[in-house]
Design a binder for this molecule. Structure first.
Ligand SMILES: C[S@@+](CC[C@H](N)C(=O)[O-])C[C@H]1O[C@@H](n2cnc3c(N)ncnc32)[C@H](O)[C@@H]1O
Length: 159
């Protein structure tokens, strides 16, 4: 499954920011990137994961990448000193090498992991880290019930 850049809206995302940012803290706790000098946040959203990354690696030069113009605008407003790029991860070319490539809750939307992951690893500096978290919750009750409700009613041919 992929998303279109128009699917992501900063205002809606902000409503659950604290809950959404918790996994990136868990990921960075496991990665310990304090000494990273160069880092990129792929699918940076409105800059919440980028801001968290900066708290863990305050000396790093950080780039945020996202394909939603709305999210990138919010990220630039939130972190005016950080560089953000409007780009699709599928086509994005690492100008690294990076000490850390972070992708929290984004790569599940990007197809063709067989070529994507080796390409990202090739963008790492020696000893660099690729830190990825992808939710796998499509069979959780909330998702199952949404599918069932969508399929079971007079609206089913419209959804
Ligand atoms: C669930 S949000 C994660 C945001 C942030 N990383 C966080 O930890 O909260 C997923 C983000 O990935 C972006 N995204 C989805 N597909 C993308 C793609 N192909 N290229 C770039 N960004 C993408 C969306 O625009 C959205 O901002």
């Amino acid at each position: 499954m992929t998303t279109s850049s128009a699917d992501w809206q900063a205002r809606q995302y902000t409503l659950f920011e604290e809950e959404r940012t918790r996994p990136v803290r868990d990921l960075l706790d496991a990665t310990q990137p304090a000494t990273a000098r160069t880092a990129v946040d792929l699918g940076c959203g409105l800059g919440n994961s980028t801001e968290t990354l900066l708290a863990y690696a305050p000396d790093a030069r950080v780039l945020g990448v996202d394909n939603s113009a709305d999210m990138i605008a919010a990220a630039r407003k939130r972190l005016p000193r950080i560089e953000f790029e409007l780009a699709d991860i599928s086509a994005w070319k690492a100008e690294g090498p990076y000490d850390l490539i972070l992708a929290n809750a984004s790569l599940q939307w990007v197809p063709d992991h067989e070529t994507l992951f080796p390409r990202l690893v090739a963008g790492l500096a020696e000893g660099g880290r690729l830190a990825v978290q992808m939710p796998d919750n499509l069979d959780e009750p909330a998702h199952r019930l949404m599918r069932e409700a969508a399929a079971d009613g007079p609206w089913c041919d419209k959804l």
